[in-house]
Design a protein around this ligand. Structure first.
Ligand code: ANZ
Ligand code: ZN
Length: 803
C-alpha cells in the first residue's frame, strides 16, 4: 500500500474526536497540569498560514508534554467581537452575528484539519452571552473598585459621516494641502473631537506592570516593548510666570531641569486652556487661531512624528519669565507639544533637545548652551554633563544639578507615564454592551449581577448613528429600562466594549468554560493558572499582553484570582510571509491558502514543513522547497515496515542509535528547536535504514515522530504494529544515559592518593558530572565514610578524593 495522507488523516481525526482523546484529563493525581495557551484566533473567516504555523508547532509541544507525563490542556476559542466582522457583514449583506457564527464553524473545521490536540470541549466564543456575561461582571467589579470612570478623550471624528472612527478606519491621503488623515469610507479629512468615554484606570498599575516584568520568563524584546509603552519618566514640574500678568503661571514638565538656564522659549500645545486667558494680550490673534484650527486636523501620531516638519506660531505680545535667569522669553504655540502629556506645555531648550533644536533653527530662536561637551552650532547635545552658563550651578554634574535647580526655583519632583488610561467605550454594534444604566436622578448605576448578561439586542441596521452615538441607541425598547437604585425610568448605556477586554481574561474561562455561576470555579483555576506558557505573536507585545496583565492584577486585588501575573512564560512565534517576501494580505494577492496545501500534501507534511523551517521565533517566507524533502522522509518512514523482523537477527546496534535520538529529539522539542528535531528524525532514519528492527524498536521511532506527524504515526502504530491504543497516549521513551557515550575513557579513582577503583566514563566530563558518578561507587563510599574534604580532578584521567 502506498502512503496516502488524505486517506488516513481524516480517519484518525474522527477516531481522536470519537475517543475524546484530547479532552483534558485532570484527574490523574501523579501528573502535573499544564495549560499550553496559544493565542486564540480572531474570527476573520479563514485560517491563514500564520495560524497553521502557530497551532501546529505549539501542538508538537503539547503532545510532547503529554507524553512526558503532564495533564495537558491545549485549549482553543474564538475572539469573535470586533469591527472587521461588522465591515465584512456590511460587504457580504449579512449581519455580524450570522457572519461570525458562520466563520466560527468554518474555522473550527479548518482547525481540526491541522490534527492538533485541541480540547474542543472547552471552546470559548467571546460573543456568546454565556461568555460575555462574565466580561460584563468583570467590568462591574472593576467599577465597584473605582477602576472604571468616565473621562474626556480625543477621538477621530468624521465630520461628514458624523461618527467616531477607530484608528484602523483612518487612512493617510495626499490632499491639496499636504498629507491628511482621512475617513476610510468617504475620504473626508478627520477631525479630533472630545468625547466622554468609559475608561479603565490602568495607569494606577503603571508601576507594578513595569516592575513585575522582572519576574517573568518572557522574551527580552517583549519586556522592553512593555517598558517603553508604560514609559516611566522621572522629572519635575516647574512654573513659569507670564510677564506683567502675575496671576498666570504655566507649569511645564521636564526630564531635564538641569538645562533650565538654557530654556530660551516656552511652547504650549494648541489645545492648552491658558491660551484663552492670554488672548487679550495676543497681537496676532487671527494667525494664532488659524494655526490652532489647522492643528486640530492632525492625529496624535502625526504630531509625534520626529521627522515631521516643525510648525508653530508665536504669541506676539506675550512673554514668560525663565525662573532661573529671570529673563523674558517668547511664548509659542506648536503642535509638537501634546496636550495629553505632562502639563501640555514645555520649556524649550534647543541646545540640548532635538525637537526644540529643529524648531529654533526654523524660527530663528536663540540657542543657549548650558551642558558642556557638544558642538551646539552643529547639532543639539542631548547627553548629561557638566553645567556651564548656569550661574552658581556651573561645574556641577547633570544628575546633581537636576535636584538642585528644581529646588532653587521651587519646582516639584514628578514621575510621569506615557501609558494612558484604557479607553474601552466603542460606538459600535458588534461588542459587549457596557452594563451601565443612566438614571436622571441617580446618575450612572451598574446593572445588578442577577440581571447579567445584558444581551446585545438584535439590530437590522447596525451602522453607526450620526452624532457619535452607538448603533445600540436604535434599539429603543432595549435602551429603556429601570434604574437599579430608585426603580425609576432610566436608559441603558449604548456604547460597547473594546474587544481587548474580551481577550484579557479568556484563559481564565478555559479552566471552567461552562460555569454559569462564576467566571470560573476557584478549584479549577487553582489547577491550571497562572498559565505556564503562552505562545503568540509580537503584534501583541503591548496592548493585549498589557491589558491581560492589568485585568489579572485588578482581579487579584479583588480576591477573584489568586495570582497577579497571568502568563509565567511567553514565546513569540515568527510571521509567515507570502512567497514574495511580504506580509500575506488579500490586497497584495500573495495569500497561500492552507486548505489547498493540506489537500495537496496532507496535514502531517505541512506541519513538518513548518517545523523544519527554522527557529520558531523567526519570520519566514513561505516556500515549498522543503516539502519535497519532508514528503520523501515520510514515504521512507511508511516503507520502512518491510524492515521489521521479530528475530534474533534484529540489529542490537539499532538500540544504541535509537537511544541517542530519544535524547536528542526530546531535548530539541523541550528547547523548542523544532527544526533540529525534524533533522534529528531524518538522521535517525538514515542510520537505521540498513538495519533490521524489532517491533519495539520501530515503535520507539514512531513515538519520536508522533508529536510532529501525529496521523502517520498513529496509522503505523495501530494498523501495522497492531497496537490497540492510541500512540498519543504513550509515554515518551526513556533513554539510557550510559549508552549515550561513544567516546569513553578509563577514569582512575583515588582516595588519599591510593587507587581504589577504575570506571569507564564519557570523555570530557566536568568535575561536577564526574563527582556525581564517583560518589555512587560502593568502593569509594567504603573509603570515604568520614566525609570528603577536597577533590582533585584531572579531566579524562583521574579523580583524587581527600578525606
Ligand atoms: C526640557 C528639556 C531639555 C527636555 C532637554 C528634554 C531635553 P519623556 O522622556 O518622554 O517624558 N515634553 C514634556 N511634555 C511634553 C508634551 N506634552 N509634548 C511634547 N513634549 C513634551 O520626555 C520629557 C521631555 O519631553 C520633557 O523634558 C520635555 O522636554 C518634553 F535637554 O524639557 B524636556
Ligand atoms: Zn435612579
Amino acid at each position: 500500500m502506498k502512503y496516502n495522507p488524505n486517506k488516513i488523516e481524516k480517519k484518525w481525526q474522527r477516531y481522536w474526536e470519537a475517543k475524546k482523546l484530547y479532552d483534558t484529563k485532570d484527574s490523574a493525581k501523579d501528573r502535573k497540569n499544564f495549560m499550553l495557551l496559544a493565542e486564540f484566533p480572531y474570527t476573520s473567516g479563514n485560517l491563514h498560514m500564520g495560524h497553521w504555523f502557530t497551532y501546529s508547532i505549539a501542538d508538537i509541544y503539547a503532545r510532547y508534554l503529554r507524553m512526558k507525563g503532564h495533564n495537558v490542556m491545549y485549549p482553543i476559542g474564538f475572539d469573535a467581537f470586533g469591527l472587521p466582522a461588522e465591515n465584512a457583514a456590511i460587504k457580504n449583506k449579512s449581519t455580524p452575528n450570522i457572519w461570525t457564527k458562520k466563520n466560527i464553524k468554518n474555522m473550527a473545521k479548518q482547525l481540526k484539519s491541522i490534527g492538533a490536540a485541541f480540547d474542543w470541549s472547552r471552546v470559548v466564543d467571546t460573543s456568546s452571552p454565556d461568555y460575555y456575561k462574565w466580561t460584563q461582571w468583570i467590568f462591574i467589579k472593576l467599577y465597584e473598585k473605582g477602576l472604571v470612570y468616565r473621562g474626556e478623550t480625543m477621538v477621530n471624528w468624521c465630520p461628514k459621516d458624523k461618527t467616531v472612527l477607530a484608528n484602523e478606519q483612518v487612512i493617510t491621503r495626499s490632499t491639496s494641502s499636504g498629507q491628511a488623515a482621512c475617513c476610510e469610507r468617504c475620504d473626508t479629512p478627520v477631525e479630533q473631537k472630545k468625547l466622554t468615554q468609559w475608561m479603565f484606570k490602568i495607569t494606577e498599575f503603571a508601576d507594578v506592570l513595569a516592575n513585575d516584568l522582572q519576574n517573568l520568563n518572557w522574551p527580552e524584546d517583549t519586556k522592553i516593548a512593555q517598558i517603553n509603552w508604560i514609559g516611566r519618566s522621572e522629572g519635575a514640574t516647574i512654573n513659569f510666570e507670564i510677564s506683567k500678568f502675575r496671576n498666570i503661571e504655566i507649569p511645564v514638565f521636564t526630564t531635564r531641569p538641569d538645562t533650565l538656564f538654557g530654556a530660551t522659549y516656552l511652547v504650549l500645545a494648541p489645545e492648552h486652556p491658558v491660551i484663552k486667558n492670554l488672548e487679550s494680550r495676543v497681537k496676532n490673534l487671527e494667525e494664532v487661531r488659524q494655526y490652532i484650527e489647522k492643528a486640530s486636523h492632525k492625529t496624535e501620531l502625526q504630531r509625534k512624528e520626529e521627522a515631521g516638519e516643525k510648525t508653530g506660531v508665536e504669541l506676539k505680545g506675550v512673554k514668560a519669565i525663565n525662573p532661573a535667569t529671570k529673563e523674558e522669553i517668547p511664548v509659542w504655540v506648536a503642535d509638537y507639544v501634546l496636550e495629553s502629556y505632562g502639563t501640555g506645555a514645555i520649556m524649550a531648550v534647543p541646545a540640548h533637545d532635538k525637537r526644540d533644536y529643529e524648531f529654533a533653527k526654523k524660527f530663528n530662536l536663540p540657542i543657549k548652551e548650558v551642558i558642556k561637551g557638544g558642538n551646539v552650532a552643529e547639532e543639539p547635545y542631548i547627553d548629561a554633563g557638566k553645567l556651564i552658563n548656569s550661574g552658581k550651578f556651573d561645574g556641577i554634574d547633570s544628575e546633581k544639578a537636576k535636584r538642585e535647580i528644581t529646588n532653587f526655583v521651587g519646582g516639584k519632583k514628578e514621575t510621569l507615564y506615557r501609558l494612558r488610561d484604557w479607553i474601552l467605550s466603542r460606538q459600535r454594534y458588534w461588542g459587549v454592551p457596557i452594563p451601565m444604566i443612566k438614571c436622571s436622578k441617580c446618575g450612572y448605576q451598574p446593572v445588578q449581577e442577577k440581571d447579567l448578561p445584558v444581551k446585545l439586542p438584535k439590530l437590522i441596521d447596525f451602522l453607526p448613528v450620526r452624532g457619535g452615538k452607538s448603533p445600540l441607541a436604535r434599539a429603543e425598547k432595549w435602551v429603556k429600562t429601570k434604574c437599579p437604585k430608585c426603580g425609576g425610568v432610566a436608559e441603558r448605556e449604548t456604547d460597547t466594549m473594546d474587544t481587548f477586554v474580551d481577550s484579557s481574561w479568556y484563559f481564565i474561562r478555559y479552566t471552567d468554560p461552562k460555569n454559569s455561576k462564576q467566571l470560573a470555579d476557584e478549584k479549577q483555576m487553582a489547577k491550571w493558572l497562572p498559565v505556564p506558557l503562552y505562545i503568540g505573536g509580537r503584534e501583541h507585545n503591548t496592548m493585549h499582553l498589557l491589558y491581560a496583565r492589568f485585568i489579572t492584577k485588578a482581579l487579584y486585588n479583588l480576591g477573584v484570582v489568586k495570582f497577579s501575573e497571568p502568563f509565567l512564560s511567553r514565546r513569540n512565534h515568527g510571521v509567515i510571509m507570502g512567497p514574495d517576501g511580504k506580509r500575506m494580505s488579500k490586497s497584495r494577492g500573495n495569500i497561500v491558502d492552507p486548505d489547498a496545501e493540506v489537500a495537496k500534501y496532507g496535514a502531517d507534511m505541512v506541519r513538518m514543513n513548518f517545523a523544519f523551517l527554522g527557529p520558531f521565533e523567526q519570520d519566514y517566507v513561505w516556500n515549498f522547497s522543503n516539502i519535497s524533502g519532508i514528503s520523501r522522509f515520510l514515504n521512507r518512514v511508511w516503507n520502512f515496515i518491510s524492515k521489521i523482523k521479530e528475530s534474533p537477527k534484529a540489529d542490537t546496534k539499532a538500540d544504541r542509535i535509537i537511544n541517542k535520538y530519544v535524547k536528542e529529539v526530546g531535548d530539541d522539542i523541550k528547547d523548542m528547536q523544532f527544526n533540529t528535531g525534524v533533522s534529528g528524525l531524518m538522521k535517525l532514519l538514515n542510520e537505521l535504514e540498513n538495519k533490521w528492527l524489532t517491533k519495539k524498536q520501530y515503535g520507539t521511532f514512531l513515538k519520536l515522530l508522533a508529536p510532529f506527524a501525529p496521523h502517520i504515526a498513529e496509522e503505523l502504530w495501530q494498523e501495522v504494529l497492531g497496537n490497540k491504543n492510541s500512540i498519543h497516549l504513550e509515554e515518551w521513551p526513556q533513554y539510557d544515559e550510559s549508552l549515550l557515550f561513544e567516546d569513553k575513557v578509563q577514569l582512575i579513582i583515588q582516595v588519599n592518593g591510593r587507587v581504589r577503583d577504575t570506571i569507564e566514563v564519557k570523555k570530557g566530563l566536568s568535575e561536577e558530572e564526574t563527582k556525581k558518578i564517583v560518589f555512587e561507587s560502593e568502593k569509594v563510599k567504603k573509603h570515604t565514610t568520614g566525609g570528603i574534604k577536597k577533590v582533585i580532578y584531572i579531566q579524562d584521567k583521574l579523580i583524587n578524593l581527600v578525606t
